[in-house]
Design a protein around this ligand. Structure first.
Ligand code: DX5
Ligand code: ZN
Length: 216
C-alpha cells in the first residue's frame, strides 16, 4: 500500500491547524514534519513545539524528518503518542547504529535518510536495523526544489536490496514530488511519498490530496 505524507514545511503557518485538517479530511496518511537546524542544512524551520501544537488537532501519525546535527540530543523531544517515525540523516550521525537503537528504544520506528550524493552502500551494515529508508530527491533544506532523477535509480536499487535480503523497511522519497512524476516514483518502489509544495501550494489543497491518492 502506498501512502501520502504532506510536508507541513509548505503549509500556511498562520493557519497550520486548518491546513493539517484539510489534508486529513482529503485522505492523507501521515504528516511529514521537517526539522532544520541551520547547520546540517542551510535553513531553520521549526521544532518540537510546533509539531506538538498539532497533537489532538489531527489523528494522523507524525513522520519526523530531522535535518539536524547531533540528533541524539533531540529525539526525545519528538516522541509523542502520534509519532510513528523519527528519521535521522546518515551524514549527520557518527554512530548511526547507536542512534537507531536510541530511537527504537523510545518506542518509535527509526528511519535513515540519504542525501542525493550519498551512495546506498553507506547503509550496507545498517539496513536490517532501519524501519524506514528515506531517499532524498532534492538537497535537503528547502521546499519547492526540482526532483533529482538519480533518486529513482537509488530507489530501484534499494527495492532490489530489500527483496534480496527479505527486509521489511519502508521506502520513502522526499523532494520535488509532483503529479507529473509521482507515478514513476511509486512504480520504482516508493511506498511513502512526501509532497510539500505540490500539496499545500495548490489552489485546492483537498482536491490535490485526492488526485495524488488516485494516482497511487
Ligand atoms: C526538503 C524537505 C522536504 C520538503 C519537500 O528539505 O525535507 O520534506 O518539504 O518539499 P517539496 O515537496 O516542495 O519538494
Ligand atoms: Zn522532509
Amino acid at each position: 500500500m502506498i501512502q501520502l505524507a504532506p510536508s507541513i514545511l509548505s503549509a500556511d503557518f498562520s493557519r497550520l491547524g486548518e491546513d493539517v485538517s484539510l489534508v486529513e479530511q482529503a485522505g492523507a496518511d501521515v504528516i511529514h514534519v521537517d526539522v532544520m537546524d541551520g547547520h546540517f542544512v542551510p535553513n531553520i524551520s521549526y521544532g518540537a513545539v510546533v509539531m506538538k501544537s498539532l497533537l489532538g488537532r489531527t489523528k494522523l501519525p507524525f513522520d519526523v524528518h530531522l535535518m539536524i546535527e547531533h540528533p541524539d540530543q533531540y529525539v526525545e523531544d519528538f516522541v509523542t503518542e502520534q509519532t510513528e517515525y523519527i528519521t535521522v540523516h546518515q551524514e549527520a550521525c557518527t554512530h548511526l547504529h547507536r542512534t537507531l537503537q536510541h530511537i527504537k528504544g523510545l518506542g518509535v520506528k527509526a528511519g535513515v535518510a540519504l542525501n542525493p550524493a550519498t551512495p546506498l552502500a553507506a547503509l550496507d551494515y545498517i539496513l536490517e536495523e532501519a524501519d524506514l529508508i528515506l531517499i532524498m530527491s532534492v538537497n535537503p533544506g528547502f521546499g519547492g526544489q526540482k526532483f533529482i532523477p538519480s533518486a529513482l535509480r537509488k530507489v530501484r536499487e534499494l527495492k532490489a536490496l530489500k527483496k534480496k535480503q527479505g527486509l521489511g523497511f519502508t521506502i520513502e522519497i522526499d523532494g520535488g514530488v509532483s503529479l507529473d512524476n509521482v507515478k514513476t516514483i511509486t512504480d520504482a518502489g516508493v511506498e511513502l511519498v512526501v509532497a510539500g509544495s505540490s500539496v499545500f501550494k495548490a489552489d485546492d489543497v483537498k482536491a490535490r490530496v485526492r488526485t495524488f491518492r488516485e494516482l497511487f
